[in-house]
Design a protein around this ligand. Sequence first.
Ligand SMILES: *Cc1c(COP(=O)(O)O)cnc(C)c1O
Length: 378
Amino acid sequence: MKKRLFTPGPTPIPETVMLKMAEPIIHHRNPEFNEILTRVNKNLQYLFQTEQPVLTLTCSGTGGVEATFVSLFSPGDTIIAANGGKFGERWVKMPKVYGMNVVEIKVEWGKAPTEEQVLAALKANPDTKAVYLVHSETSTGAATDVKSLAKLIRENSNALVCVDGITAVGAHEVRFDEWGIDVCVTGSQKGLMIPPGLAFVAVSKRAVEAMNSSKLPKFYFDLKKALKSYADNDTPWTPAVSLVVGVDAALQKIREEGIENVWARHRRLANAIRAGVVGAGLKLFSEFPSFAVTPVWVPEGVEWKQFNKILKGKYGITIAGGQDDFTGKIFRISHLGYYDELDMITMIGALEMTLKECGHVFEMGSGVKATLNALMAK
Ligand SMILES: *Cc1c(COP(=O)(O)O)cnc(C)c1O
């Protein structure tokens, strides 16, 4: 059976990238690796649209965010974190562990934080050191307007604008410098199309300055150490060499396609999936759709476990379920990374056949037709 992954991390890996990673391993303290990392560093700046450093850490995305907390702040510092899903929730919990004072902006699942909410939190906490936003909340498929909020935060405070861009970078427009972002993190197994194990952290001048007064204890996840090595296109510790080789190949693919084209492709594929889902008579979950993942309500009369079992067992397709209160109530289809138009038709086709087997009443082919129409629309 041909297996197909439609999950928001890990995401499918291009064949050319897999082949690169299968080559004999090289040593990380030699010119060959230095050349690769030099190219990776340059291309990461292109990906984030920045002239600032983008640090490569050997850990998953969560480790990348943890590195920003321990490297930039001190116990007792106030940070604002917007929580509209599993990942927003994580950035409320994590800084508390480090003795920081966390002001939580509660956002209903499926929605995004508003300018009013962020402004009110800033006004009530004028000493705020940073605002953490999740650009694309993977658990709900909701996208945050980072561009507008970054402007608002800059105009109304000295707080750093810190972005969990883990399923946004490589899917949504992200302009680190132009938008005035101070910290943006992504992970290797999402828009970068390689296996899990690397995090990438872009840091502004203001973020680098914040590192000088940070008092939280750190050793391995010290971004100052990473910055020092970065200046020589090196890393402080042994990096995941094979993954760096992989991301080098993946970034070259992104460069060839062009970042604006990558964003446009994600928008087009997201729209095609949404059209297909609605065409098959299902309802979308999120009001502010992310281009990385589409959450869908499990239709009435269909049992999620049975649905998922057929989709996986008969058609080889893995999608993601709902989390927390939405377990069994929604499912999530990812279109982040290495996907094309025909993949979307495949996904909706399998969805329709599976729905039929589960007893959902609709006109077979109506979803695929809607997807085709969306793809053909100019
Ligand atoms: C996947 C994800 C994370 C966590 O990354 P890990 O690599 O699993 O540590 C954080 N935020 C968002 C939005 C994600 O999608």
